[in-house]
Design a protein around this ligand. Sequence first.
Ligand SMILES: NC(=O)c1ccc[n+]([C@@H]2O[C@H](COP(=O)([O-])OP(=O)(O)OC[C@H]3O[C@@H](n4cnc5c(N)ncnc54)[C@H](O)[C@@H]3O)[C@@H](O)[C@H]2O)c1
Length: 278
Amino acid sequence: MTVALKQRADSLREDAATGRKFEEENVMRRLEGRLAVVTGAANGIGRASALRFASEGANLAIMDLEADGLEAVAEEARKGGAKVFTKAGDCTKEDFLVDTFKEIYADAGFIDLLMNNVGQSARERASEFYQSNSDVWHFVMDVSLFSTLLASRQVVPSMREAGRGKIVNVASNAGLAGEVGISEYAAAKMGVIGFTRSLARELAPFKVNVNAVCPGVTKTRVIERISDEIVEKIRVSIPLGYFAEPEDIAAVAAFLGSDDARYMTGQSVVVDGGRWMV
Ligand SMILES: NC(=O)c1ccc[n+]([C@@H]2O[C@H](COP(=O)([O-])OP(=O)(O)OC[C@H]3O[C@@H](n4cnc5c(N)ncnc54)[C@H](O)[C@@H]3O)[C@@H](O)[C@H]2O)c1
């Protein structure tokens, strides 16, 4: 290796979760001084997005069921200089969200970016629709759709009044293309897409952007809930031939949450290695 190449390799920063290396100087600072709220930020896509937002200069307010995981993310973000507020609790519960957002507003005054990331299928509980039941549907709707409505309701009045703000919802390519074994999840995520489009129309006169990111299968613990056989079947159906890292979704969320995406609203951006093409 030449000296120049060796120096470049030494300057690369390693992402603790993935072992991937990236050049620190290439990280943009599009969210400097802004406050980003991320639901479900202790793991996976929410974690990667919160850390990406912080690396772009944002302060964070992050929520999750898992207090320890949340603190670990906060600690990592603080190392880079971000101010971080954490609150452990259930984002499907209106009382929890109302109280938490009140605290955030009391401290920060304005939320620039809300990422509605909480969501989950119930693949491990039910497989095909004929075997599922209304307990499963209520769980999936609450966590994958209702939480998005609830959290959005907390920020829309102030974004409307301020005439600025960004909402990034996490949908899924299952919501667009459908997927065997998770029909209620696909219904909930299509609901997120419909909500994104309608809210975008309502808020466009106020210059508030509302968009969704639709991940394909991403290497989070979600993948552990899927059988090896199905995982391999999905993998070979991806034109790029491999699964997304959470950071691949976070990069698009950071773009949608920044002013670089100011002329986009109501869009559902598919990030799935080309599995779903329109
Ligand atoms: N991983 C994938 O393949 C994939 C694909 C498409 C869409 N998505 C969507 O991406 C989002 C994140 O998924 P992930 O794969 O990172 O999952 P994950 O399980 O790795 O992380 C989800 C986080 O949300 C938290 N959470 C779950 N329910 C909560 C609740 N009620 N209140 C507060 N926190 C809660 C969990 O504790 C966890 O930290 C979800 O909306 C999911 O539907 C994931």
